[in-house]
Design a binder for this molecule. Sequence first.
Ligand SMILES: *Cc1c(COP(=O)(O)O)cnc(C)c1O
Length: 388
Amino acid sequence: MLEECSRVYARIDLDAILYNLENIKKAVPEGVKVTAVIKADGYGHGAVPIAKIMEDIDYIWGYATATAEEAFELRDAGIKKPILVLGYTFPYAYSRMLDEGIRPAVFRVDMLDELCERVKKKRANGFTGKMPVHIAVDTGMSRIGVRPDDFGASFVEKAMSMDELEVEGIFTHFARADEADLTNAHEREKVFADFLERLCKESGKKIPICHCANSASIIDFGQASMDMVRAGIILYGLWPSDEVARDRVLLKPALSLHSHIVYIKDVPENTPVSYGGTFVTDRLTRIATIPVGYADGYPRSLSNKGYVLIHGAKAPILGRVCMDQFMVDITHIPEAKEGDEVTLIGRNGDEVLSMEELGDMSHRFNYELACDINKRVPRIYFNDGQRI
Ligand SMILES: *Cc1c(COP(=O)(O)O)cnc(C)c1O
């Protein structure tokens, strides 16, 4: 391991991502395309290296990001497949999106008009193409998207009638597909499917790519696959919730988080530890200092609650997690010494500390924790067991 990564690093196992992808592919019906949701820098795992390993996989349609900037970053890195921006895109980005084949999600009339204007301007300079767009439909999130009503239908009709636009896709997003009881998701899927049928009847055309399935639906609601599924959290080997069936899609977590002990000391009974002295030793205690803190995205809410793994054993966090350091109890791990490896997320010996468990202990959410591991933490990528 590189010495400059000794303080902390996230190991990203690209083989695990490919393994998850193959199992996703097996879970969806034949012919259904997959979009890899790599927003928020690939849920903190690194969007570019992940997109790079997917460029030649034929069942991957493309990538989804949350913002235009995330899409531009992929293009700057040479990523060629289509990219869909799932959120609202502000007009300043439209020209570059048009140049680079980046599809906006559309749901406001002024977006349609503005996109048309951009295409017209380009056409004046010899451009002959159209702007591909995906229409967002709100079937239950009340977030972005037109509602599947008369206005929604007229919006779709307007978009389809514009010569400058190509309505390549239409999609919705489930609010409750990750629950054990899927009544709501089934109902919402039907609302979306009925809307699509209405559009088809009214226009005489099927929009080529209809999509609604997220990770939870890929696992538990295969009938919702339509033309394409959007795989997010499960790509990274993490679970959408603890209510989905864990035996249907086999997953391996791709990220583990590592550090090293930088200091060990023995302190007597009655010694306070960390800010506020919220923990006081009740016996002679061997304490190890770990050089990671909430400024790395390691949750402060793990104070006096979390643990790390050292020599295959759990070492509980003592006192508050500081900005850049925290302390753990290693009294019961006598072989531990300065410089030894510490696992903050992942496997160490026979013990595994998962992102889900860390989420539970810190009263956070596994998605949130992954995204929060920030740029101060170097990512080290492995493919075929080799560092790349
Ligand atoms: C984030 C997102 C996804 C992926 O969700 P997962 O639960 O991570 O699979 C899919 N669709 C939309 C619209 C999203 O915003």
